[in-house]
Design a binder for this molecule. Structure first.
Ligand code: GLA
Length: 344
C-alpha cells in the first residue's frame, strides 16, 4: 500500500494517581516508548478498510453511516464516527494498524490505538489537527460511547502530551498539564507483567466509577475532589473506602511531585507503596497475580511497587535502585515523547 500518513501514539505508565481522573483529581503519568502505529492511505470512496496486522483481521465499513462493532473494530469505527460527528471532513482510507504496547495490560493500549487512529485519519484527509485537549476528549468518547468503558482522560492526555524525560502532573478539574522533570537519581522504573489481562469494559472498572458517583450523591458534592477524609468517614462502608482511596491518592500525587522535584527517591517509593496498598484495600482492584508481581519487585529491592492503570490484572510498576537486580522479565520504562504524525 502507498502510505500517505503515519501516526504513532504511545501507551503510558503512571507514577501515581490511579482512579483519580474521573473524579476530577490529580495524576502523574508519563508516555512510554511502546505504542500503536497507524499507516493510512486515501481511498476515493467514503469507506474505511482497516487491517489489524497483529491480529491478522480486517474490517470494512462505510463512512456514510458508521455502524457499531465489537472488539478492535469498535475503536476504528468510533474514531471515524467521532471525527465525522465533530464536523471534521475525514475521507475514505486504508488503515494498517500495528502495535508494540501489550493489549489489556494496564499500559493503555486502547488510548494509543484511539489517538493513532484519529491522528492518521485527520492527516490522510488533509484536515488540520484540532487542539490536543479536544482530541483527548474525542478519543475518550470513542472508549465511552463506542466501546463501553467509562474511562477518564488519563490515558489520552498522557499519549497526546507526553514529553521525553518528563512525567505530567495533570489536574483533571482544570485540565492543566504540567511537565515535571523525572530525574530518578540512582534509580530506574521498571514494569512487570502480572500475566493476567483485562478489558476495562468487562472488569469492575465501570462499577468503581459508579460507586464514586454514588459517594458524591450521598455527600452532596459535584466530585470527590471536593470531599475530605472526614466527609468520606460519614459514608457507608464500600463507598467510604472508595472515596478514601481517591481523596488520599490526590494527596499522594502532590507529595510525589514534590519528592520527584527534590530527588527524594525513598519518599517516592513509600508513596508508590501507599498507593498500591490503597488500591488493594480500599479500591479493591488488585488480584493475587498482581500481588505476586508486586512482591517479586519488592523482593528484588524496589523502593516502591504498585499496580498501574485500571487494575484487575495488568502490569505493575517498580522503582528500583540502580544496583538492584530486576526480575528477568521486568522491562525498564522511560518517559518518551507524545503522539506524532507525519506525511509521506
Ligand atoms: C484506565 C482508564 C483511565 C484511568 C485508569 C485508572 O487506564 O482508562 O481513564 O481511570 O484506568 O487510573
Amino acid at each position: 500500500m502507498t502510505t500517505h500518513a503515519v501516526a504513532f501514539a504511545p501507551g503510558r505508565a503512571n507514577l501515581i494517581g490511579e482512579h483519580t481522573d474521573y473524579n476530577e483529581g490529580l495524576a502523574l503519568p508519563f508516555a512510554i516508548s511502546e505504542g500503536v502505529t497507524v499507516r493510512a492511505s486515501p481511498l476515493p470512496e467514503p469507506r474505511i478498510e482497516a487491517v489489524a496486522v497483529d491480529l491478522g483481521k480486517r474490517d470494512t465499513f462505510s463512512l456514510t453511516d458508521v455502524e457499531r462493532a465489537g472488539g478492535w473494530r469498535g475503536f476504528v469505527r468510533g474514531a471515524a464516527g467521532e471525527l465525522l460527528g465533530a464536523g471534521l471532513p475525514v475521507g475514505g482510507a486504508v488503515l494498517e494498524i500495528s502495535g508494540t504496547v501489550p493489549r489489556g495490560a494496564g499500559l493503555s493500549s486502547s488510548a494509543a490505538l484511539e489517538v493513532a487512529l484519529v491522528l492518521a485519519l485527520l492527516c490522510v484527509s488533509g484536515v488540520a489537527e484540532p487542539d490536543r485537549l479536544e482530541l483527548a476528549r474525542m478519543c475518550s468518547r470513542i472508549e465511552n460511547d463506542w466501546v463501553g468503558a467509562q474511562t477518564g482522560l488519563l490515558d489520552q492526555i498522557s499519549s497526546l502530551f507526553g514529553e521525553a524525560n518528563h512525567a505530567l502532573r495533570i489536574d483533571f478539574r482544570s485540565l492543566d498539564v504540567r511537565p515535571v522533570a523525572l530525574e530518578l537519581g540512582g534509580c530506574r522504573l521498571v514494569t512487570l507483567d502480572s500475566g493476567e489481562h483485562h478489558a476495562n469494559v468487562s472488569s469492575g472498572y465501570n462499577e468503581r466509577r459508579a460507586e464514586c458517583a454514588r459517594a458524591c450523591v450521598e455527600l452532596g458534592v459535584a466530585s470527590l475532589r471536593d470531599a475530605s477524609v472526614a466527609d468520606a468517614d460519614r459514608l457507608p462502608d464500600v463507598l467510604r473506602r472508595r472515596a478514601l482511596h481517591v481523596i488520599t491518592e490526590n494527596e499522594r500525587v502532590e507529595e510525589a511531585v514534590s519528592a520527584v522535584e527534590r530527588g527524594d527517591m525513598p519518599s517516592l517509593g513509600r508513596l508508590i507503596d501507599a498507593s498500591h496498598a490503597s488500591l488493594r484495600d480500599c479500591y479493591e482492584v488488585s488480584t493475587p497475580a498482581v500481588e505476586a508481581a508486586v512482591s517479586r519487585l519488592k523482593r528484588a529491592g524496589a523502593l516502591g511497587a504498585r499496580i498501574v492503570g485500571g487494575g484487575f490484572g495488568g502490569h505493575v510498576l517498580g522503582l528500583l535502585p540502580d544496583d538492584a537486580v530486576a526480575p528477568d522479565d521486568a522491562v525498564e520504562v522511560r518517559p518518551g515523547d507524545g503522539a506524532r504524525v507525519s506525511r509521506s
